[in-house]
Design a protein around this ligand. Structure first.
Ligand code: PLP
Ligand code: SF4
Length: 383
C-alpha cells in the first residue's frame, strides 16, 4: 500500500472514531445521525492539521449536526443533474464540460456543493459511465476544454487516470484538459514522482487546486504543488468563502499571498452555494464584496481571484465586482474610484464605428461620443 492510501485507512472514516473532544450534538441529533446521510472522511494527514475542532481546519471536515437539521435547501443547487446529457458529464457552457470521474475524495468536506453524491454508494461513477463521458466529448466538436472533477480525480489510481487522460488526448478538437483537485491541500502525499511523470505527458494540462485557509499550506502541501508546477502544470486555486473558516480579509490575503509562493495563482473565490446540509457555512454576499475591496490594490493583482456566485438552478458563474470602482460613464467621461477612495476621470475613446442616433455633432469628442456613452452606460452610477 502506498503512503497516501495508508493515510486514508488510518484516518477517521466513521462517527465512532471521532475523538471525544470533537463530539457534538444539537437538538438531540448527533454526528452518527449525520453520517447516515453524509459520509465522513478525515484522512490522517488532514487530521494532523486540526488543533481545534471549532477552528478553520476542523470545521471543514468534522461533521456538524446542523447538516441534517437543514431541510429546506436544495440537494442539487446548481441544477447540475438537469444539465447532464450523460451521467458523468455536466454540459452548461458552450465550449467546455465538467467530467465527473469519481465520487471519492481525500477528505469529505462538510460544505461540499456535491455532497448529494460524494462518498455515497449511489454516487459511484462506473467505468462504463466514464467511457460514455469520453464518447460524449468525442462526438461534440464544440467541446474544447474539459474539467475532470468529481469527487477528486487524483483519488484514482495512476493507470486508470492515465486511461482517461489518454482517451481524451486522442480527441482532436479537445484543446485543454483541466483537473480540479483537493489532493495537494489535503492529501499531498498522493502527489508522487510517478503521478507527475504520467500527468506531464498530457499537456496542455491545467490544475485548479482547492485551498481555503493558510494553515493548509504546509511543507507537505508546498512540496506537492512545487512537484506539479515542475511538471509544467499551471496551478490555480478555487477557494470557498465560509463562515468561521476564512471570512476575513486578513486570512484570505495571507492565503492568496502564500499560494503565490508555492506557484499557485488564486482563480476563483466562491460565494458558498445554498446546498442542503451546508447552509450553515454561508456568509452574506456583502462580506465577499467587502473582502474583495480590502484586497484589490492593497496586494499584488496576481493574488486576487475573481469573486463569483454560481447562480442557483444552472445559471453558471457570475463575477461580482464591488460596485464602487466605476462611478459613472456619461458624456464621454468614465469616472473611476481607486482602492484608496480617490476619484479619477478617464476621457473615453469615441465610438467611431457606431452611428450617432440622436442630435447632430459627429466630431471627435463631440456629442456623438456622449450619446454613445449614455447608450452604453445607462444607469451606471445612478443606482
Ligand atoms: C465552473 C464550471 C465550468 C468551468 O468554468 P470556468 O469559468 O471556465 O472555469 C464548466 N462547467 C461547469 C458546469 C461549471 O460549473
Ligand atoms: S474535495 Fe471537493 S468534491 Fe470532495 S468533498 Fe471536498 S469540496 Fe466536495
Amino acid at each position: 500500500m502506498e503512503e497516501w492510501q495508508q493515510l486514508l485507512v488510518d484516518g477517521i472514516n466513521r462517527s465512532s472514531q471521532i475523538p471525544p473532544p470533537w463530539k457534538s450534538s444539537k437538538e438531540g441529533v448527533g454526528q452518527g445521525e449525520v453520517e447516515k446521510t453524509f459520509p465522513i472522511r478525515i484522512n490522517a494527514y488532514y487530521r494532523s492539521l486540526i488543533t481545534d475542532p471549532e477552528g478553520p481546519i476542523g470545521r471543514q471536515v468534522i461533521p456538524d449536526p446542523e447538516e441534517v437539521l437543514d431541510f429546506d435547501s436544495p440537494v442539487d443547487p446548481l441544477g447540475e443533474d438537469s444539465d447532464s446529457p450523460v451521467p458523468a458529464i455536466v454540459h452548461r457552457y458552450p465550449d467546455r464540460v465538467l467530467f465527473l470521474v469519481t465520487n471519492q475524495c481525500p477528505i469529505y468536506c462538510r460544505y461540499c456543493t456535491r455532497k448529494r453524491m460524494i462518498g455515497t454508494p449511489e454516487g459511484v461513477v462506473t467505468r462504463g459511465e466514464v467511457e460514455e463521458g469520453i464518447e460524449y466529448i468525442r462526438t461534440h466538436p464544440e467541446v474544447r476544454d474539459v474539467i475532470l472533477s468529481g469527487g477528486d480525480p487524483l483519488m484514482l489510481k495512476d493507470d486508470y487516470l492515465e486511461f482517461i487522460l489518454s482517451g481524451l488526448r486522442k480527441i482532436p478538437h479537445l484543446e485543454v484538459i483541466r483537473i480540479g483537485s483537493r489532493v495537494p491541500s489535503s492529501l499531498p502525499q498522493r502527489v508522487t514522482p510517478e503521478l507527475c511523470a504520467m500527468l506531464k505527458k498530457y499537456h496542455p494540462l491545467f490544475m485548479n487546486l482547492h485551498f481555503n485557509h493558510p494553515d493548509e499550506i504546509t511543507p507537505e502541501s508546498s512540496l506537492a504543488c512545487n512537484m506539479l508546477a515542475d511538471a509544467g502544470i499551471p496551478l490555480g486555486c478555487q477557494t470557498v468563502l465560509m463562515k468561521g473558516v476564512n471570512d476575513e480579509a486578513g486570512i484570505l490575503k495571507k492565503l492568496f499571498q502564500k499560494l503565490l509562493t508555492i506557484r499557485v495563482k488564486p482563480y476563483y473565490l466562491y460565494q458558498a452555494d445554498l446546498t442542503r446540509g451546508a447552509n450553515h457555512f454561508r456568509t452574506p454576499v456583502s462580506t465577499g464584496i467587502r473582502i474583495m475591496k480590502e484586497l484589490q490594490g492593497h496586494t499584488s493583482g496576481m493574488a486576487i481571484p475573481h469573486f463569483v456566485i454560481d447562480a442557483p438552478g444552472g445559471g453558471g458563474k457570475v463575477p461580482i465586482l464591488p460596485p464602487d470602482y466605476l462611478v459613472s460613464m456619461e458624456d464621454g467621461d468614465v469616472v473611476l474610484r481607486n482602492y484608496e477612495g480617490n476619484v479619477y476621470t478617464y476621457p473615453d475613446a469615441p465610438l467611431l464605428d457606431e452611428p450617432a442616433e440622436e442630435e447632430g455633432g459627429q466630431g471627435f469628442r463631440g456629442s456623438g461620443v456622449g450619446t454613445a456613452g449614455e447608450r452604453n452606460g445607462k444607469g451606471l452610477g445612478k443606482s
